[in-house]
Ligand binder design. Structure first.
Ligand code: 3H9
Length: 696
């Protein structure tokens, strides 16, 4: 037998154990081993029943995703499961860890399922742009009912064992000595003469006649743009409408369609990219990490407070420094309010609120930072203010403390130069709201030491962020690209497009909102004050007032003043077109002597998106991001880039780098501007017929 699966007779029961670390994925060797294990068990006269179990940390967590897209190798997972379902001996699946995807499908091919209390089951294929393709869409509705199956399969979230037991998926929760408990359970079933329980013999009955129609309506809102959830729905419907074997056939067809779709390729890319970003070039598993037992935060404003919550949530004590008692009290009160509102929604208990609040303390005195291991500065974006803060931190913080800035635009190398220990200084750029947004751009300065980088990447994971390591430049990866898109969006409107048109094109691509709805959300005053600073500093690109600046000058700051690019009804965040904006734009065009022209949606798409790809390419060239996948993850977790398009650079590869290079070159010829100067990397890849993800 292969090493990946072993068979042993124990106490009259044949035990088939999967051993394929880290997650017992069902690759070819495991599938072959499972089949062989079953054959051995059936041939073993001493085995009255069989148990399937995962060795190590989990029951199989699914098919081996790395095999997808390669030629299929026998035996197929559906065939293996079919063999278990039709075995002559009763089979019990013994679950611990996470029985996911194909793993749960194997368990559904067994007669009974037992699990330890901490175990979980789920069909997360939808998150990879797929559907459960080894009978999951046909067996789960028969076992748990179509409604519950629809919910589990279209959302893809795991369900803890006790809930799974309530749903009928798990037959019994057993003690932690899982193997012994499962053997005992199997023996008892045999002794009691328990019947075989093939799920394929059961019937799936829709709970209501309009179940699928109503569910689809909900999906249209929740899963806009995604293909897989709708295919999942069709497959589950087949479990109700068709006999088992026909349903399996339908499931296979739908699965194949998804497997070949660009969406699934993109979502699988995101799955691996999300894990790969944690591996920072030059930093290995052996790079030492510093211990972070206590964190100091400078600034109790919206950002500082949000950052503090992340650490308290992870059980790490935080001390927050403010200048005035009033600001400190206000900051802590806001944090409490946020926690209480989460508790009201039932997501945490009031006990949790108190536990987390007890980890937070405030101070007006930097001396209280003497014992912190990490400081994150979240004060006003001004180099002078940062200088003050970092000079002080340098004086008060202990040797070895990490000094991080949450700056989104300022030069981290300059900030480091204000201290006598630039090797301990880095950026930790959180995204607003900092307690919600998953992205963390960890900025490595020229002198930041490797162990500091290793530590902040590790801390990012501990506080539940997706941390991406980036280099120093204006706006780092995300905002640097965003600024290019924003400038292009503003220019498109100046030339003749409407803000609604630009927003619709970007929304239709799958973003949660377009550039102008986003400006209204962030506040037009923010961009306006950044441009004022730049104007003062003599930046030639910021000398003229844009039409957005003119709106801001009228006090139209966006959602917070119920008027910005759009207008907003009281208590409603839906943007509505506003004639005032149209007038401001018209006057602006007149002032500049511009005759508006028709701008096509295709031009909006190309200019807003290709300018970002060109900038992303420059970011790669300069080594600000190490790999294209880092840029992808920044855009997915920081700006809502549609997951099913795989991130900016993955999307560019799917569109075709050559096509993008040609258009970028043309825009450069027609309009000039640094933003359209083709990046040499873009040009090189276009010439070689490669994509960003082929480049090393
Ligand atoms: C499926 O089953 C299709 C079937 O319906 C039909 C077939 C016909 N394959 O996440 P971690 C790697 S689709 C290959 O850091 P954790 C992962 O890349 C599948 N590799 O650990 C990483 O590698 P590295 C449905 C996999 O403890 C390492 O394992 N199943 C797979 O934070 C550790 O992973 C899923 O979608 C895989 N299936 O979380 C489950 N899974 O160390 C996907 C993991 O080189 N997996 N790896 O970076 C997960 O959700 C999490 O990995 C899990 C553990 C919760 C299991």
């Amino acid at each position: 037998m292969s090493d990946a699966v072993s068979y042993q007779l124990k106490d009259g029961v044949g035990v088939i154990t999967v051993n394929n670390p880290p997650v017992n994925a069902l690759g070819q060797a495991v599938r072959a081993g499972l089949k062989e294990g079953l054959e051995k068990g059936l041939a073993d006269d001493g085995a009255r029943a069989l148990v399937v179990i995962g060795g190590g940390r989990t029951f199989p967590a699914g098919a081996d995703i790395r095999e997808f897209g390669k030629p299929p190798q026998d035996p197929s997972l559906p065939d293996v499961i079919d063999a278990y379902e039709n075995s002559d001996k009763l089979v019990v699946a013994a679950i611990h860890g996470t029985a996911l995807g194909g793993g749960l499908e194997v368990a559904l091919g067994c007669d009974y399922r037992v699990a330890v209390k901490s175990g979980a089951v789920g069909l997360p294929e939808v998150k990879l742009g797929l559907l459960p393709g080894a009978g999951g869409t046909q067996r789960l509705p028969r076992l748990a009912g179509p409604k519950a199956a629809l919910e589990m399969i279209t959302a893809g979230n795991p369900v803890k064992a006790p809930k799974a037991q309530d749903m009928g998926i798990i037959d019994a929760i057993v003690g932690d000595d899982l193997e012994a408990e499962a053997i005992a359970y199997a023996k008892k079933l045999v002794a009691d003469g328990a019947p075989r329980r093939r799920i394929c013999d059961m019937e799936a009955k829709a709970e209501s006649p309009s179940l699928f129609e109503e569910f689809e309506k909900g999906l249209q809102k929740k899963a806009r743009g995604f293909l897989a959830p709708f295919h999942c729905l069709k497959a589950v419907k087949a479990a109700v409408d068709l006999p088992f074997q026909d349903g399996l056939k339908r499931e296979r067809e739908l699965f194949q369609e998804l497997m070949e779709s660009p969406q699934s390729k993109a979502q699988r890319h995101v799955f691996f990219a999300e894990r790969e970003v944690a591996k920072v070039p030059g930093v290995s598993k052996d790079t030492p990490k510093r211990e972070v037992k206590k964190v100091g935060i400078v600034g109790a404003g919206t950002m500082g407070g949000g950052i503090a919550m992340n650490f308290a949530n992870a059980g790490i004590p935080v001390i927050i420094k403010e200048v005035k008692q009033e600001a400190l009290d206000k900051g802590l009160a806001t944090i409490r309010k946020n926690y209480e509102s989460t508790a009201k929604k039932g997501r945490i208990s009031m006990d949790d609120v108190e536990k987390r609040m007890s980890l937070l303390s405030g101070t007006l005195d930097y001396d209280d930072f003497k014992d912190v291991d990490l400081v994150i500065e979240a004060v006003f974006e001004s180099m002078d203010v940062k200088q003050d803060v970092f000079e002080t931190l340098d004086k008060v913080c202990k040797q070895g403390a990490i000094l991080a800035s949450n700056t989104s635009t300022l030069d981290v190398n300059r900030i480091a130069s204000f201290t006598s220990r630039p090797e301990d200084v880095c950026g930790m750029h959180f995204f607003s709201p900092a307690n919600v947004m998953k992205l963390l751009e960890n900025v490595r300065g020229d002198k930041t030491s490797d162990d500091v980088v290793a530590t902040i990447m590790d801390i990012g994971k501990k506080i539940g962020k997706v941390a991406v390591c980036v280099g120093v430049c204006d706006g780092f990866v995300g905002n640097r690209m965003l600024h290019k898109r924003q400038a292009e969006a503003v220019a498109l409107v100046e030339e003749g497009a409407s803000p609604e048109q630009v927003d619709k094109v970007i929304y239709d691509l799958g973003f949660p909102m377009g550039p102008f709805a986003m400006s209204d959300l962030a506040g037009l005053d923010i961009g306006y004050s950044i441009r004022l600073e730049r104007r003062k500093a003599g930046d030639p690109d910021a000398q003229e007032l844009t039409w957005l600046d003119k709106l801001a000058e009228k006090g139209r700051y966006g959602q917070k003043t119920q008027a910005g690019v759009y207008k907003y009804e009281e208590g409603d965040r839906t943007p509505k077109p506003d004639p005032v904006t149209a007038e401001v734009i018209e006057q602006h065009r007149k002032d500049k002597g511009i005759t508006p022209r028709d701008v096509s949606d295709q031009e909006v798409l190309e200019r807003c998106m290709y300018v970002m790809v060109n900038e992303g390419s420059k970011i790669l060239e300069e080594g600000i991001a190490a790999r294209a996948l880092d840029v992808d993850i920044v855009w997915i977790y920081g700006y809502g880039f549609p997951v099913y398009r795989g991130g900016t650079m993955f999307w560019a590869d799917q569109v075709g780098v050559k096509e993008i290079f040609d258009r970028v070159s043309q825009f450069y010829k027609e309009q000039g501007g640094e933003q359209w100067k083709p990046s040499p990397l873009l040009e090189q890849l276009a010439k070689e017929g490669k994509g960003f993800h082929d480049a090393k």
